[in-house]
Design a protein around this ligand. Structure first.
Ligand SMILES: *[C@@H]1O[C@H](CO)[C@@H](O)[C@H](O)[C@H]1NC(C)=O
Ligand SMILES: *[C@@H]1O[C@H](CO)[C@@H](O)[C@H](O)[C@H]1NC(C)=O
Length: 540
């Protein structure tokens, strides 16, 4: 009976063919869609990670996001991903808005230039870095200690780990699950990501925090070296030890978090050389700076009306980013007074008390569609804290900037904008109404080079074969198709440091040369002494 039930199908080759064909089609469709495990960093880093996730979801990939229960920005539920929530007890300070506002306050107070305040400032920053990494290490430990969760993750058979190595929890988990790993990165645990894998001569490659450009005076080089030292210190004394416990317990004794970072398959670097200074790089680095930017959408009607009311003078936009709360009231007053003197209309993302000197040309909002405003034809200039997301949006839309950098990489970013002639930088702790007004007028002045320089950067940024977002997606799919990209990655990071710098070879050569010289010297002395003795004998 059973046989006769099967035979009709087998005897019809066209049916079988159809079945096989549709299976093949299914298989092929299947192989395009991957399962991606995402381990993001919270705060402004999440904003651009999410742009990648939305795009990956649209292209049919299934995403699982790992977040902590204290997460500030990363939602538990979203239409484009499922999430796993790890129950952290205390939030990392970076995920605590109140802490960040206080931190900024103390930071600005300490920025008065003496050596002692420099040390205090860095001690403060170090303690925050310490806390944040501690909580990242604690979170990945919670995951790895939960065998139910680990089994689930293993069983899902992910094709890729997408993570931001600013904090290394995702890197540890990715290696543990043996997944091909792609970074969405600019900073790693202690430095610019390039420093972990590419040669980085300190004579022309600025380090994080150094605030120098690629044209360094002797003093600048000293400063650059000092900040490189701080980075090494953070790696060796702060971050490596914090992750060492979990690395040794779950990955074996011969590894450390820095090596794990160096072992990633592909680096999607949030950098464009329109903005960053040229430097040596590696084959597994793909530059996707500005991938989060997109054309402007129409503004909400009331905002559009306000913007249109600016007439020929246009609009000035001000926003100091997502991570930090309001500025001190006296700084806000200075800024409000300077704005009131301008003929432009001003849209200001402002948190905190309303400044008393606010002009009637200024609109305060606690949130604003920054990208859409930057892309609006009436927008003339952008006052920013110098965060990377905002600066790339300004480059994308060709809007010159006035930077009021506060902390982190913001000063370094503004050094780059200033070096390109596309912006002016002011120190927020020494602002006064006159100099701020002057700087605003300069950035807005079409006779000055800022606008033209920014337009040039914008043209260069757009002139490329593949948009940064498409490039990012292509390379992630590439890594999934080939189960990694080890052929693009140099294994040099596994060498001991003396071998990396060829010191073993140099030592041998120097040693041999010295030995030969010593030998020659000794022979000469011997001959000379013998000669002297002979002569003495003759004289006698
Ligand atoms: C372990 O993970 C599972 C599955 O995600 C979760 O239901 C459970 O609450 C976790 N256990 C602990 C102790 O966190
Ligand atoms: C705004 O203020 C300026 C001077 O401060 C004044 O001349 C102007 O009439 C005011 N405009 C409106 C619409 O109130």
């Amino acid at each position: 009976m059973a046989q006769s039930a099967i035979t009709p199908h087998c005897s019809r080759p066209d049916g079988l063919f159809l079945l096989l064909f549709s299976l093949c089609v299914l298989c092929r469709e299947e192989s395009h869609a991957g399962r991606i495990l995402v381990y993001p960093v919270d705060g402004s880093h999440w904003l651009n990670m999410n742009v990648l996730l939305v795009e990956l979801h649209q292209r049919g990939h299934a995403l699982t996001v790992i977040r902590s229960s204290t997460s500030w920005y990363i939602p538990e539920k979203a239409p484009h991903f499922t999430s796993v929530t790890v129950p952290l007890i205390s939030a990392s300070s970076l995920e605590d808005p109140e802490y960040m506002a206080n931190f900024l306050q103390r930071n600005l107070d300490l920025r008065q230039g003496s050596v002692l305040s420099f040390i205090d400032l860095h001690r403060e920053i170090l303690s925050m870095i310490f806390q944040a990494h501690q909580s990242s290490a604690q979170m990945v430990r919670l995951i790895l200690e939960n065998s139910t969760l680990v089994e689930e993750l293993k069983w899902t058979n992910f094709d890729l780990m997408l993570t931001d190595p600013g904090f290394a929890g995702g890197v540890v988990l990715g290696h543990y699950l043996r997944l091909p790993m792609v970074f969405n990165v600019r900073w790693i645990t202690n430095a610019d990501g390039h420093f972990a894998i590419a040669p980085s001569p300190l004579s022309y490659v600025p380090t994080m925090g150094s605030q120098v450009s690629d044209r360094m005076s002797f003093a600048n080089k000293l400063k650059n070296l000092l900040h490189y030292g701080i980075g090494v210190y953070i790696d060796l004394v702060v971050t490596r030890p914090l992750y060492q416990g979990v690395c040794e317990e779950f990955l074996g004794p011969d590894t450390n978090v820095y090596k794990l970072i160096q072992g990633a398959d592909l680096w999607l670097m949030r950098v464009d050389f329109v903005f960053e200074f040229p430097r040596p790089t590696m084959p597994n680095v793909v530059y996707v700076g500005g991938f989060q930017c997109r054309p402007a959408q129409p503004l909400p009607p009331e905002l559009e009306e306000f913007v249109q009311s600016s007439g020929e003078h246009g609009v000035l936009l001000m926003s100091l980013g997502t991570l930090l709360g309001g500025l001190q009231p006296h700084i806000s007053e200075v800024i409000a007074s300077a704005f009131a003197r301008l003929p432009q209309k001003v849209v200001w993302r402002h948190l905190g008390a309303r400044p008393s000197t606010l002009g009637n040309n200024t609109l305060l909002l606690d949130w604003l569609p920054q990208n859409d405003l930057l892309g609006h034809p009436k927008t003339r200039a952008f006052v920013t804290h110098g965060g990377t997301n905002g600066l790339y949006e300004a480059i994308y839309h060709g809007v010159p900037v006035l930077g009021l950098p506060l902390i982190f990489d913001q000063m370094d970013n503004m050094v780059r904008m200033e070096a390109r002639g596309a912006g002016i930088v002011l120190d927020v702790t020494t602002l006064d109404v006159d100099s701020l007004t002057q700087a605003l007028q300069d950035v807005l002045d079409e006779q000055k080079p800022y606008k033209e320089n920014m337009h040039r950067l914008s043209r260069l940024h757009h002139d490329r074969p593949l948009k940064p977002l498409d490039s990012a997606i292509f390379w992630m799919e590439f890594v999934m198709r080939h189960r990694g990209a080890a052929h693009l990655r140099t294994e040099s990071y596994r060498m001991p440091w003396y071998a990396y710098h060829n010191l073993d070879v140099l030592a041998l050569l120097l040693g041999s040369a010295t030995a030969v010289l010593l030998l020659i010297g000794a022979t000469c002395r011997c001959l000379f002494q013998r000669l002297c003795r002979k002569r003495k004998v003759k004289m006698q």
